[in-house]
Design a protein around this ligand. Sequence first.
Ligand SMILES: [Zn+2]
Length: 192
Amino acid sequence: MSINTQLQARCNNACELCSNKDENLNAYTVPPKTSDFIDSQVVLCSNCLNQISESNYTDTNHWRCLTGSIWSETAAVQALSYKILNKLKTEDWATETIESVFLDESVVEWANAEDELEAAKVIHKDSYGVVIETGDTVILTQNLNVKGANFIAPKGTIVRKIRLVPDNAEQIEGKIEGDTIVILTKYVRKSV
Ligand SMILES: [Zn+2]
């Protein structure tokens, strides 16, 4: 996205991370924010933007610029710098910078939010650790006492077209003898 006059004034026509005066400056919204308010955006040169879009932070020399940009007065620049510094923790200078800087709690939260969202994603796995998804067929790995229905589904029972319980990685739903019941993922094996 091109940068508007407000951003232009803020960044002084230079990349807000590496100070490169690139002809193609871009407005980058720091995730997980999606709005294009300038408060959520950082002006980036194409070099910085490419590396960030590819999540490729191997050019550690380039990213030494963050030891300067982290002291920016703009929260978005602080958050993005902090975020990238955290991906460079094998570098002593990066760790030292993280430790020496004082950031507002909200900035740190912003910087960590995307990784936390990623980590919180609920993933369902069968008893062997294989990822299972809605629509899969599973096999019971032990006898299951079906509460309320008064029967035992024997080990080996095939349950087709299961549905994942969205907020609980340990539970799926499936039909056994016409009844939809909740089954624990640790008692099933995905059928291939
Ligand atoms: Zn740059």
